[in-house]
Ligand binder design. Structure first.
Ligand code: ADP
Ligand code: MG
Length: 348
């Protein structure tokens, strides 16, 4: 066999394999781009569970017409420029891979008007083949259209599930987002009908949104937590803040389906923190039952490495032990306070 350099489209399709698993992954990447662009309102139009169409429009800062081709270039990003930037990164994206990956496995169009510019433009890509920049009216912000996901990757397309299942994955991801970003308005439509609207509220997750996202039972049993680590005691979690809502033990689940954890605004899975939370509940939950929570951990971005996983579902902490203990102690004392007041424990 001779060694040869792969063509760009194939490289992008290989990269797409890592981050674009299904329509929900496309929605995630595009909505994160909208948030990074400072959007206040995001419209999400879906057809056939997102397989036929995903159209995401935002009112963020937009992209200048002459930069449209760059936006779909691999490893092209406006979010970092150096290793130092990467280590302190505060945006959701930074790899410059999402748009080229998505564009290589769909019929793709990027339309945008940059803030302060008079004109908007659009660029089409079909299965990686890039068209030319064409003027097109658009208000400030960006619209990305993704049609026929995996039309050119039959092996992937085969694994897509029924419309309802794919829509369910998208809705679950949007719920996760709605909990983290109550300040942003989200409007969703499916097959031409409005299906969900999250009204923009303040910066703080309200009981209203909590109720909408996780149901009345959760909201009724939710306990507000907000604790910042002090500077004085060694190992007290200096510079750490944990806030959000945890369900009182009387409200518990058979599965881990209402466990939302965010690190610096990014939804992540973390074994160590999940363990700390479970431990905090150990004395107040029946064996086998799962706690429910929406928790936000904030810390200096330099103390956490987000560049661990291509889809960024996982992070690595510099001082994992300290964070584990901080989370455990914060929740344990919050739960102890409620226990002093009531005796409701578990519900089987
Ligand atoms: P990343 O988000 O990692 O930078 P992407 O491939 O997702 O990589 O996007 C590439 C670039 O395109 C971004 O860095 C940004 O400059 C621009 N971009 C993408 N989506 C938007 C959007 N909705 N609004 C403004 N700019 C965008
Ligand atoms: Mg991105």
């Amino acid at each position: 066999m001779t060694i040869r350099q792969l063509p760009d489209t194939l490289i992008n399709q290989i990269a797409a394999g890592e981050v674009i698993e299904r329509p929900a992954s496309v929605v995630k990447e595009l909505v994160e781009n909208a948030l990074d662009a400072g959007a206040r309102r995001i419209d999400i139009d879906l057809e056939e569970g997102g397989v036929r169409l995903i159209r995401i429009r935002d009112d963020g800062g937009g992209i200048a017409a002459d930069e449209l081709p760059l936006a779909i270039q691999r490893h092209a990003t406006s979010k970092i420029a150096s290793l130092d930037d990467l280590e302190g990164v505060a945006t959701l994206g930074f790899r410059g891979e999402a748009l080229p990956s998505i564009a290589s496995v769909s019929r793709f169009a990027l339309t945008s008007r940059r803030i302060g510019n008079d004109h908007a433009a659009t660029l089409d890509v079909e299965g990686g083949r890039i068209g030319s920049i064409v003027p097109k009216p658009h208000p400030q912000g960006t619209t990305v259209e993704v049609r026929d996901l995996f039309f050119n990757v039959p092996a992937r397309r085969k694994f897509l599930k029924a419309e309802r299942t794919e829509l369910g994955h998208i809705e679950e991801w949007l719920r996760q987002l709605a909990l983290a970003r109550p300040d942003v308005e989200l409007r969703v439509s499916h097959n031409g009908k409005p299906s969900r609207r999250w009204k923009g509220e303040g910066d703080l997750l309200s009981e209203v949104r909590l109720h909408e996202a996780l149901g009345e039972e959760f909201a009724r049993n939710a306990l507000r937590v907000d604790h910042a680590g002090g500077a004085h005691t060694e190992g007290s979690g200096q510079g750490l803040r944990l806030h959000g809502w945890i369900a009182q033990p009387a409200y518990n689940r058979a599965s881990a389906d209402q466990q939302y954890l965010y690190v610096n605004g990014r939804a992540v899975r973390d074994r160590s923190i999940a363990h700390a939370i479970k431990q905090a509940y150990a004395d107040v939950l029946f064996h086998g039952r799962q706690p429910a929570y929406v928790l936000f951990l904030e810390l200096d971005p330099r103390r956490v490495d987000v560049n661990v996983h291509p889809a960024k579902h996982e992070v690595r902490f510099r001082d994992a032990r300290l964070i584990h203990d901080f989370v455990y102690r914060t929740l344990q004392s919050a739960l102890a306070e409620t226990r002093a007041g009531t005796t409701a424990i578990g519900s089987g």
